[in-house]
Every structure is written in C-alpha cells, then in structure tokens.
Ligand binder design. Structure first.
Ligand SMILES: Cc1cc2nc3c(=O)[nH]c(=O)nc-3n(C[C@H](O)[C@H](O)[C@H](O)COP(=O)(O)OP(=O)(O)OC[C@H]3O[C@@H](n4cnc5c(N)ncnc54)[C@H](O)[C@@H]3O)c2cc1C
Length: 389
C-alpha cells in the first residue's frame, strides 16, 4: 500500500489550490491529488461562469475573494511571465427594486468596511452611467468599480495544475470508492483501480460529489449537486463597458468576448438535487423566463439569438449556501473544502491557503475561516450568504 501524508480527493480548482497552498506554505510531506476525470468534463470548475466579485453579504466571503483578486494582480510573479487568465475587470452591477434596497445598503456597508470599491447609485444615475440600461422598476444598484469581473476558468485551472507538476505532487487518475475509518481517524482511501492509498490526512475537495465522499467516511455533509443552466447569445450591439448585471429577478447577463452569457432562471420552488448525470440544458428557461427579462432591462436585447447552452452543477450547501472549510471536529484528519454554492472558483486559492495553514501551522493565519467550520453543520446553525447568484 502506498502511503501519502495528504490525500486530496478531487483535482479541480479547489483540490489543486489546496495542493498548491501546501507547497507554498512549505509543506514537505507527500501529497496525492486524486482525480477521476482529468478532462474535468463535468466539474463545476470548467462549467462555471468564471466571475469574481466583492459583493457578498458576509465579510469572510469578501476576504476570500479579495485574496484571489490579489493573486490575479500578481499572477505573473506567482506563475511565470506567460501566465494569463484573461481577467476582464468590468465589475458587477447588482440591481434592486424598492423592496431590495435595505439589503443592498446593508451589504454595501459590509463591503465598504472590507475596503471593496462598490458604489450605490439610484436609477437615474445608473441610466446615465450605462446608456444601454433601462432602470424600469429599479430603485438602486450596487456597482463594483474595480476588483470584480470575469476570467478564463480553464486557463486558471491549468495554471495551478501546471505549477504542481514541478512541486512534487503525485497526480493519481482514479475514483475514490471507499474511505477506511477506525474510530475517529480516517486511514486510507480505496480507488476504483483496486489500489489502496494509506493517508495521514484526507482532504475532501470533491465539489458537487462532496456529500457522497463525506458519506464514504461515515460523515453527513449537506452538499449536493444543483443544476444551473447557462445560455450563450448573440446581439447586434456590443457594450464595451457592460458589467455582470444581476436583475432583481436573479437573472444575470454578461459579455463573453463577442457574445453574451446569461442564466439564473432556475425556479426556487423546484430547485432540488440534480441527477448527477443530467447536463442537458433546459432551453425553455431561456425562451420563457430569461429573454423577457433581458428585453426589458436592456432594450437592445429585444432582438437576440441564443446560439448555445450548457448546464453545470453547483456544489450546493443546503444549510446556508456557504462553504464548509476545516477539520471535522471529531474525525480530525478529515478536512472539508466544500459547499461553495456558486462562488467556489473565485474562493479556491484562498481556501487552498487556509487549509494549508491549518495543516502546517495548526491555525488560520491569513483569513480566519472558523465561521465556515463543520461545527455549524453539526449544530444545524446556518451562517447564511445572502448574495448567492
Ligand atoms: C453554471 C455555474 C456557474 C458558476 N459560476 C461561478 C462564478 O461565476 N464564480 C465562482 O466563483 N464560482 C462559480 N461557480 C461555482 C464554482 O464553479 C464551484 O464552486 C467550484 O468550481 C468548485 O470547485 P471544486 O474543485 O470544489 O469542485 P469541482 O469543480 O466540481 O471539482 C470536483 C472534482 O472532484 C472530482 N471527484 C469527485 N468525486 C471524486 C471521487 N470520488 N474520486 C475522485 N475524484 C472525484 C470530480 O471529478 C471533479 O473534477 C459556478 C458553477 C456553475 C455550475
């Protein structure tokens, strides 16, 4: 049986970031990064909208994103001169009707206290700033003047994976099918190749499958896949200044090169666990729900043509739509990095740093992630993020 000091289950952005964080923190032990699909065909990482924002409702989520933003700013120093993730810093514009203004203002206070560059403007000011916008039914909007935007998720993942190749990390291509546990310790993982890896510590970075992986160790984790549809459309007009716009209905839209992407139309009352094999886009959402909203909000989008669509799964924490990070309180050598519920891509490098600090130093040093601990899950005590997009 091969032994690794750390076995990370899941090699997409979170697992890769944990391995990277460990080496950055000076960890010299052995690391296995176990991934069943190195093409990442169904990973949330590669099916995401790859956007980053400061507009969260709780300070810790803002801090995690700010850490990643800092990394974006010094990308070439960290990953070499050819590092490029095509970061477009166009901001987010989160719109609110009259009912949504108190929450928008409350969130803005939290964001400003964290140093985020967000302004709140009324409808008239927004229409002046963005000539293509119709502020019908809008009372105010929060706009990120800097520090928010979108990037290339494939290039981003590959930066980490490539960096790990020179940092003595073993890439294991296999699915984990069992986790051995003796009392309050996990000791090994079994692979679908028949091999068993003995493990000093196991890190769950299994994304949308994190609940299943935790269950292999006899641990309940309320993280499940939730299907999210993304539509690509063409429009005659190009708006160079367009941010990622979030309508009060929850529908979002942003430019993507010469086209646009949009989504956020999944009905709340029928949003349940996805069939893990269902990646078929639901086109009726575009026709019936999204298009009428876009045509109202941006009149130039009355004549648009959807050309493509994809569906991915959120790694959805059903308790409070926030991450679960850190050691299991009893099974201490089982570590969570899960449940990001739609904001994990931008948080991954920060989470990698946090988990690494926990392993190497026995404490969080850069960002205190204690609020994301499993204790709240065990106690059924939500720590809710209000801005889940
Ligand atoms: C449509 C959509 C839009 C999104 N938009 C954004 C956004 O704009 N910004 C943002 O920050 N986030 C966004 N997200 C969320 C983000 O993509 C995820 O939170 C993040 O990618 C989670 O990364 P991960 O590495 O934990 O999980 P994943 O990317 O799901 O990867 C988990 C990996 O674990 C592997 N795995 C699972 N089980 C096993 C096993 N038993 N054995 C071996 N390997 C296993 C899988 O094959 C997979 O590669 C979006 C997600 C979706 C679906």
């Amino acid at each position: 049986m091969t032994h690794y000091d750390i076995v990370i289950i899941g090699g997409a952005i979170v697992g890769s970031s944990v391995a990277w964080g460990l080496r950055e923190a000076g960890f010299t032990g052995s690391i296995a990064l176990v991934e069943r699909d190195p093409q990442f065909a169904h990973a949330a990482t590669t099916l995401s909208c790859a956007s980053i924002r400061q507009q969260f409702s709780i300070p810790e989520n803002i801090r995690l994103s700010q850490f990643t933003l800092g990394l974006f700013r010094r990308l070439k120093d960290e990953f070499g001169d050819d590092a490029d993730i095509a970061f477009r810093e166009n901001g987010y514009l989160i719109l609110a009707g009259p009912d949504g203004v108190p929450v928008l203002r409350q969130n803005h206070q939290v964001q400003s206290a964290e140093g985020a560059d967000i302004v709140i403007e009324d409808a008239a000011a927004l229409e002046k700033r963005f000539a293509w916008l119709s502020a019908e039914g809008i009372a105010a909007g929060a706009f990120g003047r800097s520090g928010e935007g979108w990037f290339d998720s494939h290039a981003y993942l590959q930066l980490f994976r490539r960096a790990l190749r020179t940092r003595d990390v073993s890439f294991v291509t296999a699915g984990v099918t069992a986790i051995a546990r003796q009392g309050n310790k996990v000791s090994a993982v079994t692979l679908d190749t028949g091999e068993t890896l003995s493990a000093g510590t196991v890190v769950n970075a299994a994304g949308t499958s994190a609940g299943q992986v935790a269950a292999l160790a006899g641990i309940a984790l309320p993280v499940e896949p939730r299907k999210r549809n993304v539509f690509v459309f063409e429009a005659k007009d190009r708006f160079a200044d367009m941010p990622l716009l979030v309508d009060p209905s929850g529908i979002y839209v942003r430019p993507e090169g010469s086209v646009y992407i949009t989504g956020g139309a999944e009905p709340y009352d029928t949003d349940t666990t996805a069939d893990p094999d269902d990646f078929e886009p639901d086109w009726s959402l575009f026709e019936e729900t999204i298009w009428p909203v876009l045509a109202t909000r941006i009149p130039a989008f009355e004549a648009i043509k959807a050309t493509r669509a994809w569906a991915g799964h959120y790694d959805y924490n059903t308790l409070d739509q926030n991450a679960v990070i850190g050691r299991h309180p009893e099974v201490e050598n089982f570590i969570f990095a899960n449940g990001f519920s739609g904001h994990g891509l931008q948080q991954a490098p920060a989470v990698g740093r946090a988990v690494a600090e926990l392993i190497v130093h026995g404490e969080y040093r850069t960002i205190d992630c204690s609020v994301f601990g499993y204790e709240r899950i065990a106690e059924g005590r939500p720590y809710r993020e209000l801005n889940v997009i």
